[in-house]
Design a protein around this ligand. Structure first.
Ligand SMILES: Cc1ncc(COP(=O)(O)O)c(C=O)c1O
Length: 438
């Protein structure tokens, strides 16, 4: 005779089950739709052509001949898998080349390649922090950062997204916690596409003796003259202690890295459980990431950076003109070390702005967002949907994103589809938030 509840009970009755069932019933579930072609600016999904505005393939390198050859050569030289940890039988020369070239790119002493970006965050945070330490995170930070913090059992002090006053309060309070203090922020926030004010954040960290780690998943391969990310664009590379990145976005592959001082990286190399107790990435993934990084760091890189950021502005402006609630171009600090001439930075009257490739369209209501997603999908445009709890309640959004390889005609076609869908949608379901809500 036992009285414990079944751990499987929650799979039948969780807080999202009713919404999920209703979305399935109405055929508006925006998740798990099948891609049946290469990941390109226009793809085939479920038997129809769709313009892909829902990827992180910012430089469009997934179909680049040089990157495909990098994957192919690695596959033929090392086989399909390495079947073991980096520590044991899973390190190939490509890993070492990649680590050296990432460190050069990030201008850090060293770098360590993980099998995913999620594991890089887990591996860095779960190893460097412990129960006596404090970790201060922006509430918009990526889930893998939160997972790493929870794994570390450090004291977690979250602050409201981009609120520097709240960050300062957390730093002040952390002085009494008694351990080391680490602040972790996304360079570019993955859902909203906004850039963290790293100049002010690094200043505060310095004042309170805290270390700073920046997740450059959406900044590396996008921002800065060398595409090294947010810290490079804002001219604060030397004030960031650790950077984390992924190969699953601009670098057109899968995997992740941590870059920073040699002593820290070397410690992670022998102590990080997310690095040691998992298999090394498949050779093709490492080969593709290395080839993509070489394209980015060649003379072909800067035009790609300029193009993806120009496409972002075109998409943002087009959506704004068509009455959607999109963000205004982000102002960048004019004092300090900003790279004013970096790709995508527009200057006027002493002010500098940028639009990152993540262009969220605010919808508000979860159900309306799912319906709008479906209408766009049927009109031949795939976008991502962020519903609560990925965003605050009432903050549902469609996350659109561009690639350097979207041409003008394709973006115009996508914008036309948005226009058509908007008027039909609003006549049936009422008004969507307008540009003033962006
Ligand atoms: C900000 C951020 N950090 C980390 C990750 C994890 O990267 P990966 O996809 O390589 O696991 C992602 C991507 O999902 C991300 O958006």
């Amino acid at each position: 005779m036992h009285t414990s509840t079944d751990v499987f009970a929650k799979v039948r009755d969780h807080d999202r089950s009713a919404m999920l069932a209703a979305a399935r019933e109405a055929d508006v579930l925006p998740y798990f739709h099948l891609l049946t072609s290469p990941a390109m600016p226009v793809v085939e999904m479920e038997g129809a052509e769709r313009i892909m505005l829902g990827s992180n393939n910012y430089l469009g390198l997934t179909g680049d001949e040089r990157v495909m050859k990098g994957a192919e050569d690695a596959l033929h030289r090392f086989g399909t898998g390495l079947t073991g940890s980096r520590l044991l039988n899973g390190t190939i020369p490509l890993h070492l080349d990649l680590e050296r070239e990432i460190a050069e790119w990030m201008q850090t002493e060293d770098a360590l390649v993980f099998s995913t970006g999620h594991q890089a965050n887990l591996g860095a945070l779960g190893t460097l922090l412990g129960p006596g330490d404090t970790v201060i995170v922006d509430s918009g930070d990526h889930a893998s950062i939160l997972d790493g913090c929870l794994l570390s059992r450090a004291k977690l002090r979250p602050f409201r997204h981009n609120r520097l006053d709240k960050l300062e309060k957390a730093l002040d309070r952390s002085q009494q916690d008694g351990g080391g203090v680490l602040v972790v922020v996304d360079g570019v926030f993955s859902m909203e596409g906004d850039i963290a004010p790293l100049g002010d954040i690094s200043e505060l960290c310095h004042r309170y003796g805290a270390r700073l780690m920046v997740d450059e998943a959406h900044g590396a391969g996008v921002l800065g003259a060398r595409g090294a990310g947010t810290a490079e664009l804002l001219g604060v590379g030397d004030r960031v202690d650790l950077r984390v990145g992924t190969f699953s976005k601009s670098l057109a592959s899968c995997g992740g890295f941590v870059a920073g001082p040699h002593e820290v990286i070397d410690y992670l190399r022998i102590s990080s459980r997310a690095f040691l107790f998992t298999a090394s990435a498949v050779p093709a993934a490492v080969g593709a990431a290395l080839a993509a990084l070489r394209v980015l760091r060649s003379e072909d890189g800067p035009p790609l950076l300029a193009q993806v950021l120009e496409n972002a502005r075109r998409l943002r402006d087009g959506l704004h003109e068509r009455g959607f609630a999109v963000v205004t171009p982000q102002s960048l600090p004019s004092e300090g070390q900003l790279q004013e001439h970096a790709p995508g930075v527009r200057s006027s009257g002493g002010a500098h702005t940028i639009v990152t490739p993540i262009v969220p369209v605010l919808v508000g209501d979860d159900w309306k967002a799912a319906l709008l997603w479906r209408a766009l999908y049927d009109a031949g445009v795939f976008v991502n949907t962020a519903l609560h709890p990925a965003v605050p309640p009432g903050g549902a959004l469609l996350r659109t994103s561009v690639m350097a390889t979207h041409d003008e005609a394709t973006l115009e076609r996508a914008l036309d589809a948005f226009s058509r869908v908007k008027s039909e949608f609003e006549s049936e379901h009422g008004p969507l938030p307008g540009p003033e809500a962006g």
